[in-house]
Ligand binder design. Structure first.
Ligand code: Z2T
Length: 842
């Protein structure tokens, strides 16, 4: 490594190598230096914002040093790398994570305290990096944390949206969206103005034939947009390994800024061109589990995919290896179908630009890519109209047709008797208009396809991708059950519980890296002191949330009440409507009691949070009903503490870190077979809360791990859903009597204008109850009663909680990443102590 600096200068460089702060005194010195020089502020008016900025910069200096070293080590080792392509990275805040992963949180705490600040307050100054919608984006963030913590050479690739997911305000009970402009001050990104790729759109294709008769396609004309790299360091926990997340930002390419217009005085329209280019990376599409097929979205996808592949190929070419070794050096994971064009783009690079034969190129492509499916909901499966793809990416459409042709020829050869098969599996849907089925393209272009929980992986094998299992054989389809990072979701979010666990399971540096060590706490399940401390931690976490509720809503809730939490994107399949109908039923029951009876009931706080996609009318109605029920119930003097209904505005990662540790029971109640995995279910149990849920997604594996006596399962099974839906539509659909009562009360105007909630009611009563709310309602209410009874026995409840946490080790994203590495990527960790690659060639 050092040999790259010429001898005469080497000494000066090495002597002056940056090192970042060491210890509290140097940390303080660095903070003050950043306040005074980097930020140009006087130390006499340093507020919390400035202290946050300076602290981040001090930690950033430390990160950057390890980041450079890690990248250099990886370059010299030249081993296989993983590239995780995701349109979403829901990172949340970075400072606390940087402090923890570097292992200097105590230094920061005492240093900041000497400077007059509390570390918790400083951490809270940071704006969430919210470049994602929900589970899919947060999963990508957990994966980056695990990849770095396990020392895998890995890069994330995404888009640098100027606006993350919108901020949610609740005004008069309705959701209002506010833009999330988050880049004002972001110390965690490094613009790389020297790392740019010019991306082509539109134009047309011309073919030339050389002397040997070989035909080459040339994609010409159209317009160009420039991709500029912004790099974000991703530190691993308790390791110096620091990986890179590269986010692309769009700019006008230099040739595209129209100087003609500019010089002729048409300044405005030349700036307009500039802005049009910047539009590509301007905003995150706010839909969770829905495909809207907008042209700008397709542009985003190709822009990001093409820039990332150019970057990956450029890095590979430096090694001067033959092309056939590409899959030995590169594994590319497609996070859902959003980056599927990467398959086509690599094939294009290999055949059009590098001159490989189709078959050689296609082998490389298939060995390189693998695809994760995250949903079976038909409305979320991406399709692009052939016309749009033809217009925007004419050469790619030709290649897609060729991929499809060769694929269908293979199918025809192998399954000559099944004529219908060809139209069923065709990448091109012969509809009006014709559509490109992106999931099929992703399957055909990958060597592995995975689902995200066992039930989900079974479902894709037996339903939506059934034919492909027949065609490619069962080994291509695997399960990798999702996981969560215990660093953020236990240690950072719940320091009280983490240190209590440490008293039994040993050093956090051990159990946070091998979460199965949690099982040690089960030995203490009957230890009275441990149990008492456990209850105190939960109460403190509930008090923290109660304070937050008071400060944001003005509503006072008792931390002694049972906290019932459902926080996730609002979606009919997740059934927040069933939850609020259940809350109404509880309210009616309380109203029918005498004051004496009412005093005996276990008080409950129903807490909701989550965003509705701006165009999702039914989801917005659900939010409105929750808020309307809240204003009636919370102000009903008969009710008092017996029931409170809270809607927490603008649910996001940093709010999850406060809400999740405070939960007693959380709701994961999707219609069976619709929630691919869910990951918050894992977070809640890991934080000592129990679950009420359906037999869906990862709930099933959570049950297997923690024992069915420790979870409240209810409702119909996935295998029965089709029949029930059929009955609801074609048979006589009898509504559950308790639900009918609830509907009548809604329609009497108890919660405001009945008309406002008609959609929710008639979806069940008149439109076939697609999500089986009525079918599951009785079982849901019964199980909620069981929850009340169980909570009344606090001793048994605490036993359930401790036992569950002890058995949650499986759900670490470290386990999950190790499975991907072994079963799909074939990559190995690169230990940071390999002497910086010195002596290995070069
Ligand atoms: C998403 O968050 C999920 C699936 C999607 O399918 C899209 C989005 Cl934005 C296209 C979620 C699943 O709903 C959830 O069950 C799963 O746990 C999560 O992805 C991560 O796999």
């Amino acid at each position: 490594v050092e040999a790259s600096i010429p001898e005469p200068q080497r000494e000066a460089w090495l002597k002056n190598q940056a090192s970042g702060f060491k210890g509290k005194d140097q940390f303080e010195k660095e903070v003050v230096r950043h306040v005074e020089t980097t930020l140009a502020r006087s130390m006499f008016n340093c507020d919390e914002t400035a202290a946050y900025a300076a602290t981040s910069l001090a930690f950033r200096d430390r990160l950057v040093i390890e980041w450079n070293r890690t990248q250099q080590r990886q370059t010299f080792a030249d081993s296989k790398r993983v590239y995780y392509l995701s349109l979403e990275f829901l990172m949340g805040r970075a400072l606390d994570n940087a402090m923890l992963n570097i292992g200097e949180k105590e230094v920061a705490k005492s240093g900041l305290s000497e400077l007059g600040f509390r570390v918790e307050d400083i951490i809270q100054q940071e704006h969430d990096a919210a470049l994602g919608n929900g589970g899919l984006g947060r999963l990508a963030a957990c994966f980056l944390d695990s990849l770095a913590s396990l020392n895998f050479p890995a890069w994330g690739y995404g888009l640098r949206y100027r606006y993350g997911i919108f901020k949610q305000e609740i005004i008069d009970g309705y959701q209002v969206e506010v833009p999330d402009y988050w880049l004002d001050f972001n110390p965690w990104e490094f613009p790389r103005h020297d790392v740019t790729v010019d991306i082509q759109f539109y134009g047309n294709v011309n073919k030339t034939t050389d002397d040997s008769g070989k035909v080459t396609a040339h994609w010409e004309g159209g317009e160009t947009v420039r991709a500029v790299a912004y790099d974000v360091p991703i530190p691993g926990y308790a390791t110096p390994s620091t990986n890179n997340l590269r986010l692309w930002s769009s700019q006008a390419a230099s040739g595209e800024f129209d100087f003609q217009k500019f010089n002729s005085g048409d300044y405005e329209s030349s700036v307009g061109d500039q802005q049009r280019a910047e539009t590509i990376s301007a905003v995150l599409y706010p839909n969770d589990n829905l495909d809207r097929g907008k042209e700008l979205r397709l542009k985003q996808q190709y822009f990001w995919v093409a820039a990332s592949l150019y970057d990956i190929v450029r890095r590979f070419k430096k090694s001067k290896r033959p092309w056939r070794e590409f899959p030995d050096q590169v594994a590319i994971q497609l996070n859902d179908t959003h980056p599927t064009l990467a398959i086509v783009e690599l094939q294009r690079i290999l055949i059009d630009l590098e001159g490989l034969d189709w078959d050689d190129a296609w082998n490389i492509v298939q060995q390189t890519f693998s695809y994760t499916n995250h949903t079976v909901l038909p409305e979320a499966l991406e399709k692009w109209s052939v016309g749009l793809v033809q217009h925007l990416l004419p050469r790619h459409l030709q290649i897609i047709y060729d991929i499809n042709l060769f694929f269908l020829q293979m199918v025809e050869r192998n399954f000559p008797k099944d004529r219908e098969m060809l139209s069923r599996v065709s990448i091109i849907e012969e509809s009006q208009p014709k559509m490109v089925r992106m999931a099929y393209l992703a399957i055909v272009g990958s060597h592995k396809v995975n689902g995200v929980a066992e039930l989900h992986s079974d479902l894709i094998r037996t339903t939506i991708f059934k034919d492909f299992v027949t065609i490619f054989g069962p080994d291509k389809f695997v399960n990798v059950t999702n996981g969560i990072t215990p660093r953020r979701w236990l240690h950072q979010a719940n320091p009280g519980l983490s240190s209590l666990i440490a008293s039994k399971a040993g050093d956090p540096e051990h159990y946070l890296k091998d979460l199965t060590l949690l099982n040690k706490i089960e030995l203490s399940v009957n230890d009275p002191a441990f149990r008492k401390a456990w209850a105190e931690v939960k109460l403190a976490n509930k008090q923290r949330l109660a304070d937050y509720i008071k400060s944001t809503t003005g509503i006072v809730v008792s931390p002694k009440a049972l906290f019932d939490v459902q926080v996730k994107r609002i979606h009919e399949y997740k059934r927040q409507q069933m939850n609020i109908f259940g809350v109404i039923f509880r309210y009616l029951k309380l109203k029918s009691m005498s004051p004496e009876e009412r005093k005996k009931v276990l008080p409950r706080v129903s807490i909701f949070g989550g965003k509705a996609a701006p165009g999702y009318w039914m989801a917005k109605q659900i939010i409105h009903l929750i808020n309307s029920v809240g204003s009636v119930v919370n102000n009903d003097p008969d009710i008092g503490d017996a029931l409170k209904v809270i809607f927490l505005e603008d649910y996001n990662v940093s709010k999850a870190e406060i809400i999740i540790p405070a939960s007693d029971i959380s709701e994961h109640i999707s219609t069976a077979g619709t929630e691919a995995s869910g990951t918050s279910n894992m977070k809640f149990v890991l934080n000592g809360g129990l679950i009420i849920g359906t037999c869906d997604g990862a709930n099933i594996e959570i049950t297997r791990e923690i024992g069915e006596e420790n979870i409240f399962l209810f409702g119909n099974l996935a295998e029965d859903v089709d029949d029930l839906r059929h009955k609801n539509t074609y048979g006589d659909h009898k509504i559950d009597p308790s639900l009918d009562k609830v509907f009548n009360v809604i329609q009497s105007g108890t919660f405001g204008n009945a008309q406002d909630f008609q959609g929710m009611v008639s979806a069940v009563r008149e439109h076939g109850d697609f999500y089986l709310v009525s079918d599951d309602f009785h079982s849901y209410l019964e199980t909620q009663e069981l929850v009340d009874k169980s909570y009344a026995d606090q001793e048994l409840w605490i036993t359930k909680c401790i036992t569950s946490v002890a058995r949650m080790g499986f759900f670490s994203s470290d386990r999950c990443i190790n499975e991907y590495a072994e079963e799909i990527w074939n990559v190995e960790p690169l230990q940071p102590d390999t002497n910086n690659g010195v002596g290995k060639g070069e």
